[in-house]
Write a new protein. Sequence first.
Length: 96
Amino acid sequence: MAALTRDFEAIVEANALVAVDDEHDPEGSSTAFERAHVASLLAQAREHLAELDLAVERLASGAYGRCEVCGEPIPAARLEVRPAATTCVGCAGRTP
Ligand SMILES: [Zn+2]
C-alpha cells in the first residue's frame, strides 16, 4: 500500500510539472520533440495510474498480491518494484 501511494504521488507531481511547463512555453525553448516526449511520459503516467486504480480495487476485494495466471502469491519484492503487477515473475515472462 505504501508503494502504491508513493507511485500515485509521483504521478500527481509529474502532472503538476507538465501543467507548469505548458504555462511557460512562450519563450519557445520547448521543442516539438520535448513536447512529444513530455506527452508520452504523461500518457505512460496516466496508463500507470489506471493500473494503480485497478490495484487498489484488488486490494479492496482481497485479490491483490495474487498472480492472475497461476493464482500463487506474488513475492513482496516484486510488488515493491511493480506495485501494480498482476502476475508473478514466471507468468509475466510467459504472457506478453
Ligand atoms: Zn503466476
